[in-house]
Design a protein around this ligand. Structure first.
Ligand SMILES: *Cc1c(COP(=O)(O)O)cnc(C)c1O
Length: 346
């Protein structure tokens, strides 16, 4: 394992994350699903816990991106995204931790512009507490002009800026999840078991891509199952494969990652990014009420709904060990008060 770990040393890293994150078994969910399980065991990896900013999977990606930013002597982080962006919130927290300035250009998702919670609560409240400067953008199309103006203004003041990729997603960011795959392998060793499948949400795809690249180093790239919350399956799969291959190349991995190694379903996406589905709300409530654990409405609730559907349909092997990656994003719950309360009454 240490031989693999040294592959990461070539890349600068800002320590933001207190790993390894725990792996826990979902005994009460297992009991509730019992007749369907065929001896399968369900575990979660708690990447919703983390070193700062409320935690979440973006921190693993940001470790490598902010490593780059510090290596370039940047003093300002610039990022764009939807208003309830977890990536923007954790970039703001990381900037606070590292003593950098942070400027965010954020836009409302369609249908959320008039919702006071979606606009100002949840991640937005936290962005401001972390002292990021938030600029309201009308929509995603306004992003590039915001980025150009913000970076020019900084340059005029003699400040170097670092542009965060959307969702903190790039091959360098994916390194954080390649490293997480090695962390999981260490934990498997300690637990005396092997996970047959690792299930997670796929948004921009870098989290899954990193896991695939990391498991490729271990000779099992096909162990990861993503549920897209953003693109259709073909688009998400192609984007994720490209990122996984780039990340694999950064790690000087052997051989090539095959298209079949990147498994993405869009069966839980529903009408689109940020729009909850009945299945995702049911999954969110189920895990909260049965285990006291929080999913987020945009990403992990849809992926957990995918895991539940897989088990209910019997699309799993006898005695399968399944690991669900909890990716955080729970501050967004407070941006979805109306939707979640409405579902309560239904
Ligand atoms: C960003 C995010 C994901 C997905 O990560 P990608 O690398 O964009 O696919 C999953 N869950 C949460 C909570 C996120 O914020």
């Amino acid at each position: 394992m240490s031989a693999s770990a040294t592959r990461f040393d070539a890349y600068p890293r800002a320590r933001l994350f207190d790993g390894p994150t725990p792996i826990q078994r979902l005994h009460r969910i297992e009991a509730a699903l019992e007749p369907l399980l065929k001896g399968a065991r369900l575990f979660v990896k708690r990447d919703d816990l983390g070193g700062l900013g409320g935690g979440g999977s973006k921190l693993r990606k940001l470790e490598f991106l902010l490593g780059e930013a510090l290596a370039q002597r940047a003093e300002l982080l610039v990022g764009t995204g939807p208003r309830q962006s977890n990536s923007a919130r954790l970039a703001a927290a990381a900037a606070a931790r590292l003593g950098l300035r942070c400027e965010l250009g954020l836009w409302p998702l369609e249908g959320q512009a008039a919702d006071a919670d979606a606009r100002e609560n949840g991640n937005l409240l936290l962005d401001r507490l972390f002292d990021a400067r938030v600029t309201d953008l009308p929509d995603a199309a306004a992003g590039p002009a915001f980025i150009a103006e913000t970076r020019e203004r900084a340059a005029a003041q003699g400040q170097r800026s670092y542009l965060l990729p959307p969702g903190a997603s790039s091959a360098a960011g994916a390194l954080g999840y390649a490293d997480c795959a090695l962390e999981i392998a260490d934990q498997e060793h300690a637990l005396g078991l092997r996970f047959d499948r690792i299930v997670l949400a796929n948004g921009s795809g870098a989290t899954q891509a990193g896991l695939v690249a990391g498991f490729a180093l271990l000779g099992r790239p096909g162990a990861v199952q993503g549920f897209s919350v953003l693109a259709d399956a073909a688009t998400a799969q192609a984007g994720c494969l490209a990122l996984a291959r780039e990340c694999h190349a950064l790690l000087r991995g052997q051989g090539e990652i095959a298209p079949d190694d990147v498994r993405v379903s869009d069966g839980q996406r529903g009408p689109g990014y940020g729009v909850v589905t009945d299945m995702s709300i049911e999954a969110l409530r189920f895990l909260a009420a049965r285990e006291g654990l929080l999913l987020d409405p945009v990403y992990s609730a849809k992926a957990f709904a995918g895991l539940l559907a897989l088990l209910r349909n019997g699309d799993h092997a006898r005695q399968e060990n399944l690991l669900f990656l909890m990716t955080g994003g729970t501050p967004a719950l407070f941006g979805y008060q109306k939707v979640l309360n409405a579902a309560d009454c239904a």
